[in-house]
Write a new protein. Structure first.
Lengths: 234, 234, 234, 234
């Protein structure tokens, strides 16, 4: 069986989605990539299988174009979004899609989450962006792949760095997050839900709030990221 | 004892109502129908009995008109709504009534839940409709049966397909959902609560939101339903 | 030891307050009364003792005027509210005070909870009333007893029946509920919190909502109460 | 190993932060101080270490200026806020920092929590204050220490007693609370979150609410604090 260790990691990340309550039923999926070989290989959750009974062998291995390399089950129906993100964001090692409640509510409201506090600034450099809606043509042509395409286009147009902004809201749908690994992607999904909850309540309390001053956000972000980071153990 | 397997399924669905927190105390009830014999038989929860101690033998078997065929306990006080739905919607095999908090809040606000995202579109084709209020005459005449009648009338008037729209909000009361089986009906009750929570928050964030474009909703619904479905395993 | 069985019931009701999350820390208290002897005796929680370690012997027995008949610990600091309610509402057998979150939010907003749905109508006949604030004189004179007095005055002025309306919000403070027994009083506290949550969300969704038509509320209330009740087992 | 008993207490307080859900991941930290020796010694959580695996030996001992006296791990990145609070508020024995959701939402909204009910009045004498934002100069110079400085300045300017007001919201960031011990500081953090949730909902229900009359708040505060306290056991 190919990629046993990556399969374990991806299975664990999928179970974390359920354990943390980030997606009910079988909504939501996690994948990881191994870029060390001659050809990059992706491990992803099968479609519609219960997290509780899933085993490493149930996971599906594909290449960067989504062709199945190993696996008897159908891959997640969101596979083409994952593969496009891996092709276009070569820095990332894991992708997670959830339907977590508050992040999804922001996505449904078609609103980016402004940076209102240091919890946000520690993880996301600037707002969590929201994509435009797909056009009828994009939906008809290739809905899932174009969901990835609309994310990548947004990051290009706004010159966003996917390492500094490790997630996005897809308008009318739900969030995608990513990271160095599947484990980090699911941590980002969890933190995103957390800041989505707090931003929701902050705005209800004070609709005119303008957000954290940029110099505070900058300071907090750099406390955790980059060569000058002082957070955690060396 | 008649219908042992259906009794087990219906008992399980009633317990799921409690386990998923869809109704406190003994509010809420599930039933299932066996249409295979010469006469259809319904299995339903007894009234006001605790889920934890209920056994298959406590369930009540009735015919399509609600006449008790087997059982020592009184059936759920909502029986006449269940039987009317089974008579009028011959495609359905299970009915669930909950007082889940957010769906009930929408019902109390007398508002249909608009389709604001793909989570909704995966399960409900269009808005989750809300009935008009019963008139004083309908309440006095036969409150429980007329609760069913007002649901059926709404579906007729709006040409709604109960398979594509597997649930409804009864104004000032609470939701009813249904499905192929009692298990699917309770899954729909759970998803309904989930989309009710997200729609509530979406509208508080953005009162002017107009909802998911129809072509996206259509695409998502058909991903999971009908002959072209691509979700899950074959 | 006096009243062993009532002590057990009251201890259980106090633990239910904690188990159902109706009051954090040691906020909240339950009592019960035995009116069968020549003199009525009240059993109440001691003040500031942890629910987890409390034993029946820790409970305090008082007479109707709050004089300690048996017990080494100080009674709940809310004792004088309990005793006044027992003196003025001879129909009741148990009293519960919680700081449950949503009911307390309504109390802090100084707003009665309107009857917006059948869940409410099944338990409370009409709105859950809110008291006026105590005056500075009432606070200075006897804060705890006057908390009871302001409740009783409200019920008198509005001709409310404490059996049909088994609870109240004390403005700027929190709810009190009661019932035939301590167990029923805590069930009413739990249902009150539940309807407070749903009424909160209903009003946010639809500020202009006017409430359940009286004829529906009446029908639902009588389904569960009085000689024509059809809910539950005979 | 220095201060074994204090290490146990501080470890317990850090675990309480996690157990009560007051901070996800490793956000949040607790410390305690021993002022009995010739030099006061502080015990604080190490930075970015998981609560579940932390042992007393992992905690870091520093002096009042934050110089490490014992410990192999880096102290919490918020150390300089803790030490400044201990230097300026000599009455306190424990400090807790959380990112609890509702208190943080108030902090992000840059709003003090008004005293709207007796639950609040039992613990905080008056509103829970919010600091002004740090200036760009304060952030650049010494962000963490100046977070402490802005708290202390606020208490001085408003003549607030840190014993009567055992916590604060740092604008755009999150709450800090304190108490006689680390255990009391974490209890205050928990109660703060609780009153933040209820104040949020009270204001959504009734934006014009003006708060608890001062004479009620005063009465409640004195019921639990000072020489005339009547709450709890002697």
């Amino acid at each position: 069986m190919l990629l046993e260790s990556l399969r374990e990691q991806v299975l664990h990340a999928n179970r974390e989605i359920a354990r943390r309550g980030l997606a009910p039923h079988t909504f939501g999926n996690a994948s990881g990539i191994d870029r060390s070989g001659p050809e990059a290989l992706i491990v992803i959750k099968p479609s519609g299988v219960d997290y509780a009974t899933m085993t490493p062998a149930d996971l599906v291995v594909t290449d960067l174009d989504g062709r199945i390399v190993e696996g008897k089950l159908r891959p997640s129906s969101d596979l083409d979004t994952h593969t496009l993100l891996y092709r276009e964001f070569p820095q990332i090692g894991g992708v997670v899609h959830t339907h977590s409640e508050f992040a999804t509510s922001w996505a449904q409201a078609c609103r980016a989450i402004p940076c209102l506090g240091t919890t946000h600034a520690d993880y996301f450099h600037g707002p969590v962006p929201v994509t435009p809606s797909l056009t009828a043509e994009e939906v008809a042509e290739a809905y899932v792949r174009n969901t990835g395409a609309v994310i990548v286009r947004l990051f290009r147009e706004k010159s966003l760095d996917p390492v500094a902004v490790p997630g996005v809201l897809v308008a009318g749908h739900a969030p995608f997050t990513w990271g160095k690994s599947a484990a980090e992607a699911v941590e980002h999904a969890d933190v995103l839900e957390y800041i989505a909850r707090m931003a929701f309540r902050t705005l209800l309390l004070e609709p005119s709030v303008t957000g954290l001053p940029v110099f505070v956000g900058e300071h907090h972000y750099l406390r955790k990221h980059g060569s000058q980071a002082t957070y955690g153990q060396r």
